[in-house]
Ligand binder design. Structure first.
Ligand code: FMN
Length: 158
């Protein structure tokens, strides 16, 4: 018997994570979503992974484009995290953002701690999500403090 959904969610919520916005571009279409299911995978070759909900619009774009960028959010970017998670603001997520374009054409979120431009190397079907393994082709970083997420609350490192 699998674990009940509530115990599973509560147990997962105690895992401290950062918050990313995964962006993608296919032709003139850009989109992005908030993702905490991000991890490093391999140093050589440089690989990362993200888990995207099968019903997400971002997944459709990543499927088509085979590229995505990881934007690690900084302390103070809670509003952007909420905006890129909200279905209400789905069509205006990039409004007012002066995004630079990554080496793979995907938008970079201004003020992010770091960005990684990836091309999809592999995918794994995983329940209601798909795991994307990305080969990191370019990375930029700053020393800004990152946004932290724990037990459904945004936190800051002290
Ligand atoms: C803090 C936070 C973390 C999230 N992490 C994930 C995640 O790892 N994977 C995922 O598929 N959705 C995650 N979501 C939910 C998506 O951001 C949300 O469903 C979004 O609306 C999907 O956008 P789209 O369908 O327009 O692509 C997260 C939301 C929040 C607020």
């Amino acid at each position: 018997m699998p674990v009940d959904a509530e115990s599973f969610k509560q147990a997962l919520a105690s895992w401290v994570s950062g918050v990313t916005i995964i962006t993608s571009r296919h032709a003139d279409h850009v989109h992005g979503m908030t993702v905490s299911a991000f991890s490093s995978v391999s140093l050589s070759p440089p690989l990362v992974m993200v888990c995207l909900d099968k019903v997400s619009n971002t997944l459709k774009l990543v499927e088509a484009a085979k590229v995505f960028s990881v934007n690690v959010l900084a302390q103070g970017q809670e509003e952007l995290s909420q905006r890129f998670a909200s279905k209400e603001h789905e069509d205006v997520r990039f409004e007012g953002l002066n995004c630079e374009q990554g080496t793979n054409g995907c938008p970079h979120i201004p003020g992010a701690v770091s960005t990684m431009d990836c091309r999809v190397l592999d995918t794994l079907d995983a329940g209601d999500h798909v795991i994307y393994i990305g080969e990191v082709r370019a990375a930029k970083f700053t020393d800004r403090p990152p946004l932290v997420y724990l037990r459904a609350v945004y936190r800051t490192l002290t």
